[in-house]
Design a protein around this ligand. Structure first.
Ligand code: TYM
Length: 333
């Protein structure tokens, strides 16, 4: 089946193994399937929902594109662009924010987590961020959205907004309802320091994540220091349920190798963690170090990245400008 793929990554620095295994690895796979049309967006408008240093933001945009390419996305085949270059994203977000309901947004758990205790001080952008995400997706008649588990609720909201718009204006299936593509077993990679918390760019301890720009020594050191529990390695899948750190490391190993959890559990059943960690480090280095080296190399070729972004935004603009024209007609502008 011909899939129209759209996904986005925020250029907020520290792209990590969670971003890679939860999302980018899947982008590469979808990019390599001939029949798919893929759009991968560096969502800089989303990034400024929390304060950003403008100079760093610019660097992080380059780094995000470099990460896409270093991971294996082919810019000749997929559209890569940054969101702020195509004005239809902001325009559609405004129109959709008049369709989305406060009650729906109030249920978004990511806002609650990110805003923390002092919601009054969070930006309005942070609150309405999932509406902008819906605009991103719906502008491209997207059929499938590859994301990590943390974005599932935002995709459900996107479908609700699309459906309400179609009903309110009686326009059939003008907005297509997109399906999430979430990796079954490895949709949420957890912190290396606390298996109950998501691996995240914003976590203060760098030891909690493997950055895609880490070198061999950093990767080995982080796996060595990763939290485990005092028991030997689990001997069954059920055994993983109450052992979040073990489950996470086994998940990372399985995902990097394209193994099922079950296969890995069998392979290391009852063994000790230190032996497993050595093997896990080797795999991590084997898979991540080449990406890290390539990112560093590409960051010295900013003209090449500028060219990709400029060609990508032209192609994206072509698609999005047609859709926004129709959206405006539908609402009566
Ligand atoms: P962002 O930038 O936070 O994350 C990018 C992608 O990485 C996934 N991810 C993870 N997956 C597994 N384990 C983790 N620990 C982990 N951390 C992050 C995220 O699920 C995501 O797929 N709102 C989005 C960006 C966005 C978008 C879109 C995505 C904007 N518009 C349209 C899809 C479609 C975000 O902030 O992702």
């Amino acid at each position: 089946m011909r899939k129209k793929i759209f996904s986005g990554v925020q250029p907020t620095g520290n792209l990590h193994l969670g971003n890679y295994l939860g999302a980018i690895k899947n982008f590469v796979k979808l990019n390599n399937e001939d029949q798919n049309e893929c759009v991968f967006c560096v969502v800089d408008l989303h990034a400024i929902t929390v304060a950003q240093d403008p100079k760093k933001l610019k660097e992080n945009i380059y780094e995000t594109v470099a990460t896409f390419i270093a991971s294996g996305i082919n810019p000749e085949k997929s559209i890569i662009f940054n969101q702020s270059k195509v004005s239809a994203h902001s325009e559609t977000a405004w129109i959709l924010s008049c369709v989305a309901r406060m009650g729906w947004l109030n249920r978004m758990t990511q806002f609650k987590e990110k805003a923390g205790k002092d919601k009054e001080k969070a930006s309005i952008g942070l609150y309405s961020y999932p509406v902008l995400m819906a605009a991103d997706i719906l502008l491209y008649d997207t059929t499938h959205v590859p994301v990590g588990d943390d974005q599932k609720q935002h995709l459900e909201l996107c479908r609700d907004i699309a459906q309400k718009f179609n009903n309110d204006f009686n326009v059939g299936d003008f907005f297509k309802l997109p399906e999430p593509l979430i990796q079954k077993e490895f949709s949420r990679i957890m912190s290396l320091r606390d298996g109950t918390k998501k691996m995240s760019k914003s976590e203060s301890s760098d030891l909690s994540r493997i950055n895609l720009t880490d070198d061999k020594d950093q990767i080995v050191n982080k796996i060595k220091k990763a939290k485990t529990d005092p028991l030997p390695m689990p001997s069954s899948l059920e055994d993983l349920n109450n052992r979040p750190e073990a489950k996470n490391l086994i998940g990372i190993y399985s995902s990097l190798n394209d193994f099922t959890l079950e296969k890995t559990v069998k392979e290391f059943s009852e063994k000790n963690f230190s032996d497993f960690k050595k093997i896990l480090s080797d795999v991590c280095v084997e898979k991540i170090e080449p990406i890290s080296n390539k990112i560093k190399k590409l960051l010295n070729e900013k003209n090449y990245i500028d060219k990709i972004l400029s060609e990508g935004s032209k192609k994206a603009e072509d698609i999005a400008s047609k859709k926004i024209k129709n959206i405006k007609e539908i609402v009566g502008f």
